[in-house]
Write a protein that binds this ligand. Structure first.
Ligand code: BYC
Length: 318
């Protein structure tokens, strides 16, 4: 009993003094569970997040754009892998996490359940979705759990390149023909509100925020990050010459922030519950890719076994 109190005290001291909790340190069960939930949802989001953009790799308008998009989608696969590895340090295994995703039991970001209808959507995703991701993920580099915080450092560097490539696509379209500019505007109209929803429910409805902030997993609330994203994005839209699809958006002298219209929370709930425009399609594509990739996993495991055997057969130096 007193040993448990010592452990709790040590954990609390570490959190209070900004020291990282590492995989082998004692941690409360609920802290472990929260991290497994958040990190695995984050990993699933990266992997499912490859699908809407993957649809456009063969249709990119030039070789250069194709190479950039391909690199971005590969980065996302890499992010998924760092994050699954970070989750595994908490005592779960990757197969069980993937089973939960494939059976529709695990969540992933709502944003990836919307369709990508035009090339401009590659611009809007990079600009807005990766922009929102950076806003949410930079504070996670300071998360109290060491393996997650360290994984996020590299993820954020790559996200920043992703955001810039998206903005560059939008800039090209906005400086192009009237039809191209219209394509960019249409894309912004469709992605704006879902991007705001990425930050999660409002603070009054967010069931995990309080505890996650006490544990320093989250550093800012959902609404704080959403507001920062709006404040950052409005001038960028002005630079592009595009109009944000919100008649209530206006600068507020008092608060020093932009006021914006109300979010349709029922839409977020519907998408999270599995009934968004592309939920079924995304999951089917993901399950198919996993099934068809079975031989790759088997070959990799057989090769690893062969290497391990070769190493163990070799006489060791004294
Ligand atoms: N979509 O109490 P709350 C990327 C769930 S990857 C779906 O506020 P929390 C990218 C939430 O999980 C983007 N579900 O929760 C990739 C919870 O459900 P459970 C992903 C959502 O955890 C490729 C419930 O609603 N980023 O950017 O304190 C290409 C109540 O919410 C959503 C991350 O995963 C949503 N939008 O805060 C391009 C970052 N929002 O678990 C880009 C890490 C909420 O109780 N995650 N829910 O069943 C986080 O920062 C936090 O988990 C969240 C939610 C801010 C997302």
């Amino acid at each position: 009993m007193s040993q448990e109190m010592d452990l709790t005290k040590r954990f609390d001291t570490y959190i209070a003094s900004e020291q990282k909790i590492e995989a082998k340190d004692w941690m409360p069960d609920a802290y472990r569970k929260t991290l497994i939930r958040q990190i695995s949802q984050h990993a699933h989001s990266e992997i499912i997040g490859m699908l809407p953009e993957g649809n456009w790799i063969t249709r990119a308008p030039s070789l250069k754009r194709k190479a950039i998009l391909l690199a971005k989608v590969q980065d996302e696969a890499g992010h998924g892998l760092y994050l699954y590895s970070a989750a595994e340090t908490l005592g779960v295994n990757r197969e069980e996490l993937l089973d939960a995703l494939h059976e529709g039991k695990a969540k992933y970001s709502s944003i990836f359940n919307y369709p990508t209808l035009s090339w401009a959507d590659m611009g809007a995703i990079g600009w807005l979705v990766d922009g929102a991701a950076i806003m949410n993920q930079v504070p996670l580099c300071k998360c109290s759990y060491g393996p997650y915080a360290r994984a996020m450092v590299r993820v954020c560097k790559e996200e920043s390149f992703h955001q810039r490539q998206g903005f560059s696509i939008m800039m090209n379209l906005c400086n192009g023909t009237p039809e191209q500019k219209e394509m960019a505007q249409d894309s912004l109209n469709r992605w704006w509100w879902p991007s705001l929803m990425m930050f999660g429910p409002s603070d009054s409805e967010s069931k995990h925020s309080d505890q996650s902030m006490k544990w320093k997993i989250k550093r800012f609330s959902n609404d704080e990050l959403r507001q920062r994203f709006v404040d950052m994005t409005v001038p960028q839209a002005e630079l592009l010459g595009l109009t944000l699809p919100d008649p209530d958006l206006k600068w507020n002298e008092h608060t020093g922030h932009y006021d914006f219209g109300s979010i349709d929370w029922s839409e977020l709930q519907r998408v999270i519950a599995g009934d968004g425009p592309c939920n079924r399609e995304r999951l089917e594509t993901r399950v198919k890719a996993h099934t068809e990739g079975e031989w790759v996993r088997e070959a990799a495991a057989a090769y690893a076994e062969k290497c391990a055997k070769r190493n163990s057969d070799q006489p060791h130096a004294a």
